[in-house]
Ligand binder design. Sequence first.
Ligand code: C2E
Ligand code: CA
Ligand code: CA
Length: 694
Amino acid sequence: MVCDDKLPDKKILAQKIVVNDPLHHLFDAVDAVAVQGYNENRQVIYWNKGSELLYGYTSKEAVGEKIEDLIIPQPMKGTVIAGIKNWISNGVEIPAGELILRRKDGKNISVYSSHALFTNQYNQKQIYCIDINLSDLKHVEAEAELTEHMLAATFEVIPDLFFLMTADGTIIDYHASNKANLYVSPAEFIGRPMTDILPSEVADQFKCNMLKIITQGGVINFEYELVMPHGVIYFEARMTYLADNKKIIAIIRDVTEQHQASEFIKMHAYYDTLTQLPNRFLALDRLSQMLNEAERNNEKTAVLFLDLDDFKKVNDSLGHEVGDKLLIESAIRLKNIVRKDDTVGRLGGDEFIIILRSLTYDHNALFVAENLLRSFRNPFKIDGRELILTLSIGIAMFPENGKNSSELLRNADTAMYKAKSLGRNTYSFFTKEMNVNMLRRLEVEEQMHGALERGEFEVYYQPQIDAINKKIIGAEALLRWYNPALGNVTPDEFIPIAEHTGLIVPIGQFVLKQALSFLNIWQTEQQTSLRIAVNLSPRQFRDTELLNFIETSLTKANITADKLELEITEGVLMIGQAYIDNALMKLHELGVKLSMDDFGTGYSSLSYLRQYAFDILKIDRSFINGITSNKADCDLVKATIAMAHSLGLKVVAEGVETKEQFELLNQLECDYLQGYYFSKAITMKQLLDFSVTF
Ligand code: C2E
Ligand code: CA
Ligand code: CA
């Protein structure tokens, strides 16, 4: 029986502890656990350092006090007292467990409490409590729980999609508050690689970014779009790699709205709202880029400044609505004329800009300008009304007319005013000389149509001389054109135009036929085996009838193939087309001689000489010109002759004008000579009378 009223003195209790219990020595040494001992009356008889630390009472304060008055919270007191009594009297053990106790400062403290009942040498029962502080542990647990709740709430609140993946992209977990943005249902993607589920382009993006994130760490973000049942959705993915866990976290955000907003802003910042064309800012930006490119590739760029003639009148008399419609229609027409890579922009009002990239010649721009004017010849049909609108175009060329975009635009603008002053509905180049050149080119082109039929062409012949015996061995056929309106036009001017228009094909056939029939007459008259060289343009190789034509012409003129020499330039070979290789091989098989013309001006590639069956090499006259005054030219000619001979080719020197050149070439063992020193190109009649006098 426990008697509550005969409480021993505090001092006596303390003495007993020190004397009686060696176990206390152990408890005194540890302060990580709190140990308290109390007697049958629940008076504290032992209070170790750990208890002092945990509950805030010193041993002195605690000993003698009832345990329930120290650390048992009020609501628990009854139960605790009953439990202790029950144990002491009836042996019903108090189980170990978690308890919330009270510290001296009134704060609660969570402990794990174990109890032991002893009977001492005086046959008194004593209970010992060993308490472990759970507060720290509790704190961590609570923290973890909070984090978990927070995450769950976050996943619920944030509209993003979360995916947890293994390093190979297999999805092992996900969170999606908005299931509508899942590309496929969870059943279809859990346990499968992300890259198997998405369309291949997006999958590739993921693949490459996952690799990056695994190797480089950090956070990576990228955008992609998916076609979903509710439309095209733009997503932004952020990924990070948890290296310790070998897991990838991907957070996917729907950025469709931002995307649309930025597209809208871009559209407004860079494009004209009425015509949808690039505005001044974007057009000039593109021009700058094209200029860089043109500079790198050694190409030309044309800037066309366009202004609608009398547009203000249309606007004022028919109203802005009609004016707007006209601008829209004009923009469509302009765009239809140019290539995809070119740029059409609206500078403002009724002014447009067109940028033509990668041009080879100035006249490429001219053709576009003509097409533009032509496209405006058809009336515009606006609101049931037919309206005629014309254009004035100013053209500035890069690099000739300006180094940068603003200079070119300014000069194109100046040229446009020139076009206006010329009476509108026309174009003008920035420089006078370009205008003159272009006009001349157009005239030549115009006059060339029908010139063949009108008999304006005549083939002249320039003799070729054998360097050793000084005898004439043949001649080069050179075309001459006399036009009543233009007078004599040189082949250097009209041949490129004939090539451009394709007229070179019938004209070339005319030259060949003439030359062969003349050769027949010439051979008969001279009773020697003379030969004729005919120039062949690259464009003529595209004529599928070329070979047939040559063969039948040879037969008709009764000339053996080896008396015909065809002169081609390196340019033909550089086109690198199979049909050209093929034609050259067939010509060689036919027995026709092939001559490489203008050697030294192009790449002068030895490989071409080896690769194709050339018989003759013609050294360009620009080298022969300097041969007696310039050592470098002389050395080059010397080396060329030696090389040609080693490849089994005969050498013709073009443009021999002086006796000194003639003699030097002789020393250098050049085979044949051609030039003004012997004769200019002369008519067939003159050649028949030609006699060598050197
Ligand atoms: P090319 O094939 O290099 O012809 C040689 C040119 O040099 C000819 O000019 C000729 O008159 C000129 N020439 C000859 N000897 C001398 C000289 O001692 N000094 C100088 N300064 N020049 C000399 P041409 O007849 O004006 O022909 C120019 C170019 O036109 C030719 O260059 C050729 O590429 C082309 N051509 C002429 N006729 C034809 C033709 O029938 N068909 C084709 N496809 N092209 C032709
Ligand atoms: Ca030639
Ligand atoms: Ca030549």
